[in-house]
Design a protein around this ligand. Structure first.
Ligand SMILES: C[S@@+](CC[C@H](N)C(=O)[O-])C[C@H]1O[C@@H](n2cnc3c(N)ncnc32)[C@H](O)[C@@H]1O
Length: 218
């Protein structure tokens, strides 16, 4: 399948992205809705979740992404591979996360990843960043509590190669009473078995990567 060419960034505040998500019928998209959900925010071409879905069939994987052509491409790949535990959804996460999580089976959100979010460096563009106080509140409302001995239970994993953005994101989770940070300041390595496309590029370029894990308190 040819890779679709898409714009590198879209402005999430533009009119086109203001319609909140109309949640799909999950039972038509996943073969087993009793599996816990693993959510990847800003899933881009979706290769990270595709690999995760192959090696962890006991989870349902859900990617959300604002660039619609990438979502279509990722779902086409999923169908081609016949995977029934992964799906990608076009949405602007900041106006749709509560609707999305409220439409999943109750207590099913087990793990969340936000990996290499667009930095939107300029101060006047800060409102375009994914991690905002409302998003942290919504994750705190829906994420299951953390369990030490369970795989992928009750945590948010964050990584970026931009120090200032990593610090800002971590400070927002640090400030929320529902979350506790593992091993501050940064994790020595990625706790997940699959690297994202952007992570592979950053590693090749020898960029430092700032990784954090926040656990939801019981
Ligand atoms: C730099 S890319 C990283 C992609 C992937 N996570 C990785 O690590 O390879 C950030 C992704 O987040 C998406 N994104 C940015 N803002 C978003 C929003 N408000 N809602 C959903 N996706 C968003 C972008 O379109 C882009 O695909």
């Amino acid at each position: 399948m040819p890779r679709v060419r898409v714009r590198q960034h879209v402005n999430p505040l533009s009119k086109r992205y203001q319609t909140p998500l109309n949640p799909p019928s999950w039972e038509t998209l996943y073969s087993d809705l009793t599996r816990p959900f693993f959510l990847d925010i800003g899933s881009a071409r979706g290769r990270f979740l595709l690999e995760m879905a192959k090696i962890k069939p006991e989870y349902n994987f859900l990617g959300v992404e604002i660039r619609e052509p990438l979502v279509e491409e990722a779902n086409a790949k999923r169908d081609e591979l016949g995977l029934t535990n992964v799906y990608y959804l076009f949405c602007h996460v900041n106006n749709s996360l509560g609707i999305l999580l409220g439409s999943l089976p109750p207590n099913s959100l087990n793990y969340v990843t936000i990996q290499f979010p667009d930095p939107w460096f300029k101060k006047r563009h800060a409102k375009r960043r994914i991690v905002q106080p409302q998003l942290v509140n919504t994750l705190a409302d829906y994420l299951n509590p953390h369990h030490d001995h369970a795989d992928f239970q009750g945590s948010v994993f964050l990584q970026s190669d931009v120090a200032s953005i990593s610090e800002e994101i971590a400070s927002q989770f640090d400030a929320h009473p529902a979350f506790v940070r593992e091993q501050p300041p940064w994790l020595p390595e990625n706790p997940l078995p699959v690297a994202t496309e952007r992570e592979v590029t950053s590693l090749k370029e020898n960029k430092p990567i700032y990784r954090t894990l926040f656990h939801k308190k019981a």
